[in-house]
Design a protein. Sequence first.
Length: 367
Amino acid sequence: MMQLELKQVCKGYDHPVMDRLSLEVEQGEFFVIVGPSGIGKTTLLRCIAGLEVVDGGEIFIEGKNVTRVPPYLRKAAMTFESYALYPHMTVFDNIASPLKAVKNDPVMVRKRVNEIADLLKITPQLDRKPHEISGGQKQRTALGRTLAASPKVFLLDEPISHLDAKIRAELRLQFHTLEALREVCTVYVTHDYAEALSLGDRIGVMGNGGLVQIGTAHEIFEKPNSLFVAQHLGQPGINILQTELIEEKGQVFAACGQLKLPLHPSHLQYLEQKNIMKCNLGIRPQHLRVPGEDEKLQDQEFEMEGRVEVFEALGAYGVMEVQLEGEKITILTGSDDKFNSGDKITVRMQPKFFYYFNSQNGDNLLL
Protein backbone atom coordinates (compact mmCIF):
# COMPACT_ATOMS: atom_id res chain seq x y z
CA MET A 1 0.00 0.00 0.00
CA MET A 2 1.24 3.47 -0.86
CA GLN A 3 1.92 5.72 2.14
CA LEU A 4 1.07 8.83 0.11
CA GLU A 5 -0.87 9.10 -3.12
CA LEU A 6 -1.98 12.14 -5.11
CA LYS A 7 -4.49 11.68 -7.91
CA GLN A 8 -4.99 14.37 -10.54
CA VAL A 9 -4.49 17.20 -8.04
CA CYS A 10 -5.20 20.73 -9.29
CA LYS A 11 -4.41 24.04 -7.61
CA GLY A 12 -4.25 27.56 -8.97
CA TYR A 13 -4.43 31.20 -8.05
CA ASP A 14 -4.41 33.70 -10.90
CA HIS A 15 -2.71 30.95 -12.93
CA PRO A 16 -2.53 27.13 -12.66
CA VAL A 17 0.17 25.93 -10.23
CA MET A 18 -0.70 22.24 -10.37
CA ASP A 19 -2.62 20.75 -13.24
CA ARG A 20 -3.74 17.13 -12.66
CA LEU A 21 -0.58 16.26 -10.76
CA SER A 22 -0.30 12.61 -9.68
CA LEU A 23 2.28 11.01 -7.38
CA GLU A 24 2.82 7.83 -5.37
CA VAL A 25 5.34 7.55 -2.51
CA GLU A 26 5.97 4.29 -0.65
CA GLN A 27 6.63 3.74 3.05
CA GLY A 28 10.29 4.36 3.83
CA GLU A 29 10.89 6.24 0.59
CA PHE A 30 12.71 9.58 0.53
CA PHE A 31 11.15 11.39 -2.44
CA VAL A 32 12.71 14.69 -3.53
CA ILE A 33 10.95 17.32 -5.61
CA VAL A 34 13.31 19.68 -7.42
CA GLY A 35 12.57 22.67 -9.61
CA PRO A 36 13.16 26.39 -10.00
CA SER A 37 11.87 28.89 -7.45
CA GLY A 38 8.22 29.86 -7.87
CA ILE A 39 7.25 26.69 -9.74
CA GLY A 40 4.83 25.48 -7.01
CA LYS A 41 6.92 23.09 -4.88
CA THR A 42 5.92 24.64 -1.53
CA THR A 43 2.29 24.88 -2.62
CA LEU A 44 2.33 21.14 -3.31
CA LEU A 45 3.59 20.41 0.22
CA ARG A 46 1.00 22.75 1.73
CA CYS A 47 -1.76 20.95 -0.16
CA ILE A 48 -0.55 17.58 1.15
CA ALA A 49 -0.43 19.00 4.70
CA GLY A 50 -3.92 20.47 4.36
CA LEU A 51 -2.73 24.06 4.70
CA GLU A 52 -4.06 24.78 1.21
CA VAL A 53 -7.34 23.50 -0.22
CA VAL A 54 -6.97 21.80 -3.60
CA ASP A 55 -9.21 22.86 -6.48
CA GLY A 56 -9.54 19.31 -7.76
CA GLY A 57 -8.23 15.78 -7.39
CA GLU A 58 -7.68 13.63 -4.31
CA ILE A 59 -4.98 13.07 -1.66
CA PHE A 60 -4.57 9.75 0.16
CA ILE A 61 -2.44 8.96 3.24
CA GLU A 62 -2.19 5.28 4.19
CA GLY A 63 -5.02 4.58 1.76
CA LYS A 64 -7.41 7.06 3.42
CA ASN A 65 -8.81 9.96 1.42
CA VAL A 66 -7.74 13.07 3.35
CA THR A 67 -8.57 15.65 0.67
CA ARG A 68 -11.10 17.41 2.93
CA VAL A 69 -9.62 16.33 6.28
CA PRO A 70 -8.25 19.18 8.46
CA PRO A 71 -4.45 19.42 8.86
CA TYR A 72 -4.30 18.20 12.47
CA LEU A 73 -6.00 14.91 11.53
CA ARG A 74 -3.93 14.13 8.43
CA LYS A 75 -0.89 12.46 10.06
CA ALA A 76 1.34 14.72 7.96
CA ALA A 77 3.92 17.06 9.51
CA MET A 78 5.72 19.86 7.71
CA THR A 79 9.06 21.51 8.41
CA PHE A 80 9.20 25.02 6.98
CA GLU A 81 12.04 26.77 5.17
CA SER A 82 11.97 29.53 7.81
CA TYR A 83 12.06 27.01 10.74
CA ALA A 84 8.92 28.62 12.27
CA LEU A 85 10.14 28.06 15.84
CA TYR A 86 8.37 29.65 18.80
CA PRO A 87 10.84 32.38 19.85
CA HIS A 88 9.69 32.50 23.49
CA MET A 89 10.06 28.73 23.98
CA THR A 90 13.17 26.67 24.69
CA VAL A 91 14.38 24.03 22.26
CA PHE A 92 12.82 21.42 24.55
CA ASP A 93 9.41 23.10 24.49
CA ASN A 94 9.53 23.65 20.74
CA ILE A 95 10.13 19.95 20.15
CA ALA A 96 7.53 19.01 22.75
CA SER A 97 4.81 21.34 21.42
CA PRO A 98 2.96 18.77 19.23
CA LEU A 99 3.05 16.25 22.09
CA LYS A 100 1.70 18.75 24.63
CA ALA A 101 -1.00 19.88 22.20
CA VAL A 102 -2.70 16.48 22.50
CA LYS A 103 -2.10 16.33 26.29
CA ASN A 104 0.36 13.45 26.40
CA ASP A 105 1.73 12.29 29.76
CA PRO A 106 4.57 14.65 30.84
CA VAL A 107 6.89 11.71 31.57
CA MET A 108 6.34 10.33 28.07
CA VAL A 109 6.86 13.81 26.59
CA ARG A 110 10.22 14.24 28.32
CA LYS A 111 11.33 10.75 27.31
CA ARG A 112 10.36 11.32 23.67
CA VAL A 113 12.00 14.77 23.47
CA ASN A 114 15.22 13.45 25.00
CA GLU A 115 15.30 10.58 22.47
CA ILE A 116 14.84 12.99 19.56
CA ALA A 117 17.41 15.46 20.90
CA ASP A 118 19.92 12.65 21.28
CA LEU A 119 19.19 11.47 17.74
CA LEU A 120 19.69 14.97 16.31
CA LYS A 121 22.65 15.80 18.58
CA ILE A 122 21.05 18.88 20.16
CA THR A 123 20.77 17.68 23.79
CA PRO A 124 23.09 20.48 25.08
CA GLN A 125 20.77 23.07 23.52
CA LEU A 126 17.50 21.84 25.07
CA ASP A 127 17.31 24.66 27.64
CA ARG A 128 18.19 27.41 25.17
CA LYS A 129 15.87 29.61 23.12
CA PRO A 130 16.03 29.94 19.31
CA HIS A 131 18.01 33.22 19.37
CA GLU A 132 20.72 31.47 21.42
CA ILE A 133 21.46 28.64 18.97
CA SER A 134 23.00 28.37 15.49
CA GLY A 135 21.18 28.05 12.18
CA GLY A 136 21.99 24.36 11.99
CA GLN A 137 20.66 23.80 15.51
CA LYS A 138 17.48 25.71 14.67
CA GLN A 139 16.93 23.47 11.68
CA ARG A 140 17.47 20.35 13.78
CA THR A 141 15.02 21.71 16.35
CA ALA A 142 12.40 22.24 13.63
CA LEU A 143 13.05 18.72 12.36
CA GLY A 144 12.80 17.39 15.91
CA ARG A 145 9.41 19.01 16.37
CA THR A 146 8.27 17.29 13.17
CA LEU A 147 9.61 13.93 14.40
CA ALA A 148 7.83 14.38 17.74
CA ALA A 149 4.46 14.51 16.01
CA SER A 150 5.00 10.87 14.83
CA PRO A 151 3.46 11.54 11.42
CA LYS A 152 3.04 9.05 8.60
CA VAL A 153 4.24 11.62 6.06
CA PHE A 154 7.16 14.02 6.53
CA LEU A 155 7.06 17.18 4.43
CA LEU A 156 10.36 19.08 4.33
CA ASP A 157 10.37 22.47 2.59
CA GLU A 158 13.93 23.56 1.65
CA PRO A 159 15.01 22.58 5.19
CA ILE A 160 18.73 23.30 4.82
CA SER A 161 18.80 26.05 2.18
CA HIS A 162 19.72 28.81 4.68
CA LEU A 163 22.66 26.96 6.21
CA ASP A 164 26.33 27.19 5.36
CA ALA A 165 27.94 24.52 3.17
CA LYS A 166 29.52 22.52 6.01
CA ILE A 167 26.29 22.20 7.99
CA ARG A 168 24.30 21.41 4.82
CA ALA A 169 26.68 18.53 4.08
CA GLU A 170 26.36 17.24 7.66
CA LEU A 171 22.57 17.37 7.60
CA ARG A 172 22.40 15.65 4.21
CA LEU A 173 24.30 12.74 5.73
CA GLN A 174 21.98 12.82 8.73
CA PHE A 175 18.91 12.52 6.53
CA HIS A 176 20.42 9.33 5.09
CA THR A 177 20.89 7.78 8.52
CA LEU A 178 17.72 8.83 10.39
CA GLU A 179 15.85 5.58 11.04
CA ALA A 180 12.70 7.54 11.88
CA LEU A 181 12.46 8.63 8.24
CA ARG A 182 12.52 4.99 7.09
CA GLU A 183 9.38 4.20 9.05
CA VAL A 184 7.31 6.75 7.13
CA CYS A 185 7.52 8.44 3.74
CA THR A 186 9.29 11.75 3.21
CA VAL A 187 8.66 14.40 0.57
CA TYR A 188 11.56 16.83 0.43
CA VAL A 189 11.49 20.02 -1.64
CA THR A 190 14.58 21.82 -2.94
CA HIS A 191 15.79 23.99 -5.81
CA ASP A 192 19.32 22.60 -5.35
CA TYR A 193 20.00 19.81 -7.86
CA ALA A 194 22.96 18.50 -5.78
CA GLU A 195 20.68 18.00 -2.77
CA ALA A 196 18.14 16.23 -4.97
CA LEU A 197 20.69 13.87 -6.50
CA SER A 198 22.28 13.18 -3.11
CA LEU A 199 19.15 12.54 -1.04
CA GLY A 200 16.41 11.16 -3.23
CA ASP A 201 15.51 7.49 -3.51
CA ARG A 202 13.54 8.93 -6.40
CA ILE A 203 13.36 12.47 -7.74
CA GLY A 204 10.51 14.37 -9.33
CA VAL A 205 11.31 17.39 -11.49
CA MET A 206 8.51 19.93 -11.20
CA GLY A 207 7.46 22.18 -14.07
CA ASN A 208 4.50 23.11 -16.25
CA GLY A 209 1.99 22.37 -13.49
CA GLY A 210 3.18 18.86 -12.72
CA LEU A 211 6.06 16.47 -12.27
CA VAL A 212 7.56 16.36 -15.75
CA GLN A 213 9.88 13.44 -14.95
CA ILE A 214 10.15 10.97 -12.06
CA GLY A 215 13.02 8.53 -11.59
CA THR A 216 16.22 7.74 -9.76
CA ALA A 217 19.07 10.26 -9.75
CA HIS A 218 20.89 8.19 -12.38
CA GLU A 219 17.84 7.86 -14.63
CA ILE A 220 17.01 11.55 -14.62
CA PHE A 221 20.58 12.79 -14.96
CA GLU A 222 21.60 10.36 -17.71
CA LYS A 223 18.27 10.24 -19.57
CA PRO A 224 16.43 13.55 -19.15
CA ASN A 225 13.15 13.34 -21.03
CA SER A 226 13.21 17.02 -22.00
CA LEU A 227 15.39 20.07 -22.38
CA PHE A 228 13.72 21.53 -19.26
CA VAL A 229 14.88 18.59 -17.13
CA ALA A 230 18.38 18.57 -18.64
CA GLN A 231 18.83 22.27 -17.89
CA HIS A 232 17.74 21.94 -14.26
CA LEU A 233 19.99 19.03 -13.27
CA GLY A 234 23.73 19.46 -13.42
CA GLN A 235 26.25 22.12 -12.52
CA PRO A 236 27.73 23.64 -14.58
CA GLY A 237 24.66 23.57 -16.77
CA ILE A 238 24.41 21.56 -19.96
CA ASN A 239 25.67 23.20 -23.17
CA ILE A 240 22.84 23.74 -25.66
CA LEU A 241 23.45 24.40 -29.36
CA GLN A 242 20.76 25.12 -31.94
CA THR A 243 21.81 22.81 -34.75
CA GLU A 244 20.82 21.74 -38.24
CA LEU A 245 21.75 18.40 -39.78
CA ILE A 246 23.90 18.85 -42.90
CA GLU A 247 25.78 16.47 -45.16
CA GLU A 248 29.35 17.03 -46.31
CA LYS A 249 31.39 14.52 -48.31
CA GLY A 250 29.02 11.72 -47.44
CA GLN A 251 29.02 12.38 -43.66
CA VAL A 252 26.21 13.96 -41.65
CA PHE A 253 27.05 16.66 -39.09
CA ALA A 254 25.07 18.67 -36.55
CA ALA A 255 25.99 22.22 -37.54
CA CYS A 256 25.75 25.35 -35.39
CA GLY A 257 27.21 28.22 -37.41
CA GLN A 258 30.77 27.20 -38.27
CA LEU A 259 30.82 24.46 -35.63
CA LYS A 260 30.19 21.01 -37.11
CA LEU A 261 29.84 17.98 -34.82
CA PRO A 262 29.68 14.36 -36.02
CA LEU A 263 26.78 12.15 -34.90
CA HIS A 264 26.89 8.71 -33.34
CA PRO A 265 25.55 6.18 -35.92
CA SER A 266 22.66 5.06 -33.70
CA HIS A 267 21.66 8.67 -33.00
CA LEU A 268 21.75 9.52 -36.70
CA GLN A 269 19.54 6.55 -37.52
CA TYR A 270 17.04 7.58 -34.86
CA LEU A 271 16.89 11.20 -36.04
CA GLU A 272 16.54 10.17 -39.69
CA GLN A 273 13.66 7.84 -38.81
CA LYS A 274 11.88 10.80 -37.20
CA ASN A 275 12.77 13.05 -40.15
CA ILE A 276 14.51 15.54 -37.83
CA MET A 277 16.58 18.20 -39.58
CA LYS A 278 16.77 20.87 -36.85
CA CYS A 279 17.14 20.30 -33.11
CA ASN A 280 18.82 21.48 -29.91
CA LEU A 281 22.00 19.51 -29.24
CA GLY A 282 23.09 19.12 -25.62
CA ILE A 283 26.54 18.30 -24.26
CA ARG A 284 27.21 18.13 -20.53
CA PRO A 285 30.45 19.90 -19.46
CA GLN A 286 31.79 16.68 -17.92
CA HIS A 287 31.54 14.97 -21.33
CA LEU A 288 34.14 17.37 -22.76
CA ARG A 289 37.79 17.11 -21.87
CA VAL A 290 41.23 18.50 -22.51
CA PRO A 291 43.65 15.61 -23.17
CA GLY A 292 47.09 15.24 -21.69
CA GLU A 293 50.19 15.66 -23.83
CA ASP A 294 50.62 12.81 -26.38
CA GLU A 295 47.41 11.15 -25.10
CA LYS A 296 45.77 8.92 -27.72
CA LEU A 297 42.18 9.32 -28.85
CA GLN A 298 39.71 7.03 -27.11
CA ASP A 299 37.21 4.87 -28.99
CA GLN A 300 34.80 6.99 -31.13
CA GLU A 301 36.34 10.17 -29.76
CA PHE A 302 37.13 13.22 -31.89
CA GLU A 303 38.91 16.47 -31.17
CA MET A 304 38.73 20.15 -32.08
CA GLU A 305 40.90 23.18 -31.45
CA GLY A 306 39.55 25.90 -29.19
CA ARG A 307 40.53 29.04 -27.28
CA VAL A 308 40.05 29.63 -23.54
CA GLU A 309 37.81 32.59 -22.72
CA VAL A 310 37.52 32.19 -18.93
CA PHE A 311 38.88 29.65 -16.45
CA GLU A 312 37.77 29.27 -12.81
CA ALA A 313 39.65 27.01 -10.39
CA LEU A 314 37.11 25.84 -7.81
CA GLY A 315 39.23 23.49 -5.72
CA ALA A 316 37.87 20.01 -6.47
CA TYR A 317 37.40 20.90 -10.14
CA GLY A 318 37.68 23.74 -12.63
CA VAL A 319 35.16 25.36 -14.98
CA MET A 320 36.28 26.73 -18.31
CA GLU A 321 34.48 28.64 -21.07
CA VAL A 322 35.96 27.90 -24.48
CA GLN A 323 35.41 29.23 -28.00
CA LEU A 324 34.93 26.41 -30.52
CA GLU A 325 34.45 27.68 -34.06
CA GLY A 326 32.66 30.79 -32.80
CA GLU A 327 30.46 28.99 -30.23
CA LYS A 328 30.92 29.26 -26.46
CA ILE A 329 31.16 25.89 -24.71
CA THR A 330 31.56 25.17 -20.98
CA ILE A 331 33.97 22.41 -19.94
CA LEU A 332 34.52 20.77 -16.55
CA THR A 333 38.22 20.19 -15.83
CA GLY A 334 40.27 18.37 -13.21
CA SER A 335 41.44 19.86 -9.92
CA ASP A 336 45.06 20.07 -11.08
CA ASP A 337 44.35 21.73 -14.43
CA LYS A 338 45.37 25.34 -14.94
CA PHE A 339 44.53 27.50 -17.95
CA ASN A 340 44.75 31.17 -18.85
CA SER A 341 42.50 33.35 -20.95
CA GLY A 342 43.63 33.15 -24.58
CA ASP A 343 45.24 29.70 -24.31
CA LYS A 344 44.81 27.51 -27.38
CA ILE A 345 43.68 24.04 -26.36
CA THR A 346 42.46 20.74 -27.79
CA VAL A 347 38.96 19.68 -26.78
CA ARG A 348 37.84 16.07 -27.08
CA MET A 349 34.35 14.61 -26.97
CA GLN A 350 32.39 11.45 -27.84
CA PRO A 351 29.15 11.72 -29.88
CA LYS A 352 27.59 8.87 -27.88
CA PHE A 353 27.19 11.34 -24.99
CA PHE A 354 25.28 13.95 -27.05
CA TYR A 355 21.61 14.70 -26.36
CA TYR A 356 19.10 15.86 -28.98
CA PHE A 357 15.99 17.83 -28.03
CA ASN A 358 13.00 18.82 -30.16
CA SER A 359 13.31 22.48 -31.18
CA GLN A 360 9.59 23.06 -30.59
CA ASN A 361 8.56 21.23 -27.40
CA GLY A 362 11.95 20.29 -25.92
CA ASP A 363 11.32 16.52 -25.86
CA ASN A 364 14.36 14.24 -25.84
CA LEU A 365 14.43 12.88 -29.39
CA LEU A 366 16.35 9.74 -28.41
CA LEU A 367 13.71 8.45 -25.98
